[in-house]
Design a protein around this ligand. Structure first.
Ligand SMILES: *Cc1c(COP(=O)(O)O)cnc(C)c1O
Length: 427
């Protein structure tokens, strides 16, 4: 569909990027399970390789099924382009890879998915990239952490798992004053509930593994560019606005304008790092995306009901869900996620670590596993699983202390979800 920007969200969830297959008329997007694509002639091949023409060369860089999914997620976020990747973690790697050089730093929220804290704090060190973690609850903390080598700011819109809503608009302003882009991990609300570009964010990353795909059956990630950040406003972004040695001195910013960041993601990021999304996973994720707005509404409605019920339970110490009126993040949630504060939240159980472990073991409908964003309700005890690698202090500051239980509320009947938690809490 050529210009779909005026169509509604649900329509774009189903149609953006897709046409009936020109070869067969197939209405659902075919899975192009092919590694490479035939050139028309030698000139065509040369033009593709020098980025003079766009087209398919080799599926590490671009693939027809993956490309439809890229257009779909770019449209849903309101961006100009997207690069899809094998997982959410590789999307984070690709987003930062375009911006960072050895010796550079980026300022990140300390309320992130546990895996992101480990990726940023330990593994990225090997590239010479330094992360400076700050508490995002006061956006001024981002400003205080800026150094001359800062290249980006990074936060989650709704933080996993603490139920924290970040003030994206304020953090974006601070990032822009520092001359760097704000990258927002928008995995938890998905674009059905929150669209960070509307509040000044420059780049959105996703673990499409979670809600966008939505059925617990396909790993994937996406990096989406708003197209609004000027990479040539200062001399910080040499990869994007300098001459690229790997393409005979090509300057991505001059050549591709607002598509510079996305082109770099394919032509350098995927080409040289290689974390490509498979056509099969793109297909499953496209199918999932078709029902995104329906699913997110039901996820959020169920979550609110379960959260309200938990606040009345005698075995529950506290509930941290931004959709509850007494949450400190309620007002921010109304601003950034007016249609619901998502499906993932935490509560504190009386009895600490031991009680937390017992509840996850006693649940029957809830699956005890390390994932979120499935049709099925999921439960974890972060301090013994997803956040186990962190120190106790890091666990507490990430909202994953010993008494914390995390829920990802699914699409089952809410009465069944509640009765399962009730029997587990009583036991
Ligand atoms: C799961 C998750 C990731 C990592 O994504 P993978 O697809 O597992 O690599 C990043 N951020 C958030 C918020 C997540 O929930």
């Amino acid at each position: 569909m050529a210009d779909n920007s005026k169509l509604g969200f649900a329509t774009r969830s189903i149609h953006a990027g897709a046409e009936p297959d020109p070869a067969t008329g197939a209405r659902s997007v075919p899975i192009t399970q092919a590694t490479a694509f035939v050139f028309k002639d030698a000139d065509h091949a040369a033009a593709l390789f020098s980025l003079e023409e766009s087209g398919f060369i080799y599926s590490r860089l671009t693939n027809p099924t993956v490309s439809v999914f890229q257009e779909r997620v770019a449209s849903l976020e309101g961006g100009v382009g997207a690069t899809c990747t094998a997982s959410g973690h590789s999307a984070q790697l690709l987003a930062l890879f375009a911006l960072m050089e050895p010796g550079d730093d980026f300022v990140a929220s300390n309320k992130l998915y546990g895996g992101s804290i480990t990726q940023f704090g330990h593994t990225f060190k090997k590239f010479g990239w330094k992360v400076i973690f700050v508490d995002p609850i006061d956006p001024e903390n981002f400003r205080k952490a800026v150094t001359p080598n800062t290249k980006a700011m990074f936060t989650e819109s709704l933080a996993n798992p603490g139920g924290v809503v970040c003030d994206i608009e304020k953090i974006a302003e601070i990032a822009h004053e520092a001359g760097v882009p704000l990258i927002v991990d928008n995995t938890l609300p998905s674009p059905a509930l929150c669209r960070p570009f509307e509040f000044g964010a420059d780049i959105v990353v996703h673990s499409t593994t979670k809600f966008i795909s939505g059925h617990g059956n396909a790993m994937g990630g996406a990096v989406i560019d708003s197209g609004n950040f000027d990479w040539a406003q200062n001399d910080k972004f040499k990869g994007l606005a300098g001459s690229c040695g790997a393409y005979h001195g090509l300057n991505f910013h001059e050549k591709f304008g607002p598509m510079a960041f996305t082109m770099y993601g394919h032509a350098v990021g995927l080409r040289d790092l290689g974390p490509t999304m498979s056509p099969m996973n793109a297909y499953l994720s496209l199918t999932g995306a078709e029902t995104l707005s329906l699913r997110m509404k039901k996820h959020a409605d169920n979550a609110l009901e379960v959260a309200k019920w938990l606040t009345t339970h005698s075995q529950v110490e506290w509930v941290s869900y931004a959709g509850l009126t007494d949450s400190p993040f309620y007002e921010l949630a109304r601003k950034y996620c007016p249609d619901g504060a998502g499906a993932v939240f935490t509560f504190g159980v009386k009895g600490g670590y031991k009680a937390g472990v017992k509840i996850v073991e006693r649940c029957e409908l809830f699956s005890h596993l390390a994932n979120i964003g499935d049709t099925r309700s999921l439960i974890t005890h972060p301090s013994s699983t997803t956040h186990r690698q962190l120190s106790e202090q890091q666990q507490i500051s990430a909202g994953a202390g010993p008494e914390v239980v995390r829920l990802s509320i699914g699409l089952e009947d809410v009465e069944d979800i509640i009765s399962d938690l009730d029997q587990a809490l009583r036991a």
